[in-house]
Design a protein around this ligand. Structure first.
Ligand code: SF4
Ligand code: SF4
Ligand code: FES
Length: 233
């Protein structure tokens, strides 16, 4: 077949799936498909992307019901006979079509205290963090988060409890808690234990399963729980 069948969720007038046919190309990503639709078929379609190479986290959408980074998702992996369904990320307010509002998502990072605060403010030499220190090893992988929101879209607790800080913000807390340059790590731990923090996590691991960077936010949350328990004793 030379054309891909695509169904795209359109927000206006009342939310519906619009069908398109897009020429099939070698090595075509889902983001390429959406870009083709917007440039060649329907300029009113709204979507978001920036880097196109898996760095910025802005292109996440729901593809056939699964949250994904679309710039690194090949169209060829989908069944040729069926339409590919593209929708905005779940658990986020929709701005228009495939664009979601990330304000609350990043607001939760702030609310959780996920901001670096230097333990030695002022102009100093670069801090030396030993690559083999246990704290560095514990948080190393989690630092690679690109803030795409896929984990929050995959999390049922985020869906049921809008106040839940969510896997991305808690993953960020875990990196700061293990950062020896950070001040106030006890406060971070206390914050992670708030009603909307890590104790609300049901350890279903959907966040880990779908994270496009193959990070493990569920393990970060477990690390926060363990550290809090240790601190309590
Ligand atoms: S492990 Fe926790 S944060 Fe991750 S998807 Fe499940 S409930 Fe959400
Ligand atoms: S933890 Fe993974 S899925 Fe969640 S925001 Fe970061 S990169 Fe995206
Ligand atoms: S466009 Fe930057 S991660 Fe996809």
């Amino acid at each position: 077949m030379n054309a891909l069948k695509i169904e795209v969720w359109r927000s206006e007038p009342n939310g519906f799936l619009q069908s398109y046919e897009v020429p099939r190309l070698a090595k075509q990503t889902i983001l390429d498909v959406v870009t083709y639709i917007q440039r060649e078929l329907d300029a009113t379609l709204s979507y978001r992307y920036s880097c196109r190479v898996g760095m910025c986290g802005t292109c996440a959408m729901t593809v056939n019901g699964i949250p994904r980074w679309t710039c690194r998702t090949q169209a060829a992996v989908y069944d040729e006979a069926s339409a590919i369904r593209l929708e905005p990320l779940k658990n986020f307010p929709v701005v228009k079509d495939l664009v979601v509002n990330m304000d609350e998502f990043f607001g939760k990072w702030k609310k959780a205290g996920g901001t670096f605060k230097s333990a030695a403010p002022g102009l100093n030499d670069f801090a030396t963090v030993r690559p083999d220190s246990s704290a560095r090893i514990a948080a190393n992988q989690a630092i690679e988060c690109i803030g795409c929101g896929v984990c929050n879209a995959a999390c049922d607790v985020v869906k049921w409890s809008p106040d839940y800080l969510g896997p991305a913000a808690l993953n960020r807390l875990w990196t700061l808690y293990n950062d020896e340059r950070q001040s106030g790590t006890d406060d971070l731990l206390a914050q992670s234990l708030s009603e909307s923090g890590c104790l609300a996590c049901h350890t279903t691991q959907s966040c880990t399963r779908f994270c496009p960077k193959e990070l493990d936010p569920s393990a970060s949350i477990a690390g926060l729980k363990r550290s809090a328990l240790r601190a309590a004793f």
